[in-house]
Design a protein around this ligand. Sequence first.
Ligand code: DAH
Length: 344
Amino acid sequence: MDLEPTLRAIGNQAQQAIESAKTLEQLEEIEVRFLGRKGELAGLMKEMASVSAEDRPKIGAFANEVKMDIEKAMEKKRSSLGSAAINAKLSNEQEDVTELGTRPPEGHLHVVTQAIREFTDIFERAGFQRVRPPEVDWDWYAFESLNMPKEHPARDDWETFFMNALSSEKPREGRMLLTPHTTNGTAHLLKDQKPPIRAISIGKTYRRQIDLTHLPMFHQFDGMYVDKGVNLTHLLGIIEYFVKEFFGPDRKVRIRPYHFRFTEPSFEIDISTDSRMGKNGWLELGGAGMLHPNVIKAAGLDPEEYSGLAFGWGVERTYMMKEGLQLDDIRTLYKNDLRFLQQF
Ligand code: DAH
C-alpha cells in the first residue's frame, strides 16, 4: 500500500485547519486530532505493517517530515494566537489606580531587643562599652573566679545547667555550663582587658526554673567599672544616672545592704514607684556592690591598687517595671503571639 498520498493529504488538512484556527482552544483540538495518541497520523502509522520492507524507511522518513511540519505550524500559530489573546486582554482591561493596595505585614524588633538597645544606649552615653558574655562558659568565669565557692547553692546540679565537659588543657576552668548570670562577662573582661575597664555585659542567661515568674532562659545585664580609685560614690552615681534616664527624672533610688559573693559591700537597689502604679512604694531593681578583693585578685590585679564597682539585673523584669506591666505569665514574652508582641 502506498501511504504517501494519504500522508500528504493529512499534512495538508492539518495545515489548513491550523491556518483557520481562531482560538488557542481550537488549536488544541486540532493538535489532538492530528498528532494525538489516537490521532490521524498515529492511525496511519499502524498501516506501516502493510508497506513493503523496502519502502518502509522512505515512508517512515516522510511521515516524520509531515509530523514535524505540522508541529512547526502549530507552534507558530500558538504564539501568534497567544499574543493576540494577551493584547485583547490588555485593551479590554482597565486598571483602577485609585483602588487601595494590600500592605504586606510589617514586623518590628522584639520587645526584649528593644529594651537591650535602650539600656545599651544609656550606658554608652556614660562611656560603657557593650560586650556579649559567652552563654556557654566554664565554671571559672561563672563561679570560681567570682569568689563563689564549690558549696555555693548556685553551683548545685539542680540550679545550673552543667554539661558533661571538662577543659583538659585548662584544668582551672572546671566544668562547662550555661551561664546562670552575666557576671561571667566581668570575669572575662578582667582577664582580657587592662583597667580602666568600663563595660556592660548583656546576654542570655540560663537557670533550671520555669513557672509563671521564671524562665529557663532570660536576659541580664551586668555593669562594671574597674580602675584605680573607683569607689562607692561612683557606683551610686551610675545607678542614679541609669534610673533617671530609663525610668524618668522623678524616680528615686534606695540601696539596702545585701549579700553577694563577688561584691563587698553588696546592696540591693530599689526604685520608687511612680504615680501610675497607684501606691507609693519601692520596687526591687537588682544587685550591686564593690567588687570583692578576691575577684580582683583572681584577675591577677592587686586589690590594694585597683577597685571596681558592679551591678546587675534582669532585662525582662526591668523593662516590665518601666512599662508598669504586670504579666500574669512571664512566658508570654517568648510565645511569639503577635497579639501580645504587636503592642510594643
Ligand atoms: N549576678 C547576680 C544575679 O544573677 C546579680 C548581680 C548582683 C550582679 C550584684 C552584679 C552585682 O554585678 O554586683 O543574681
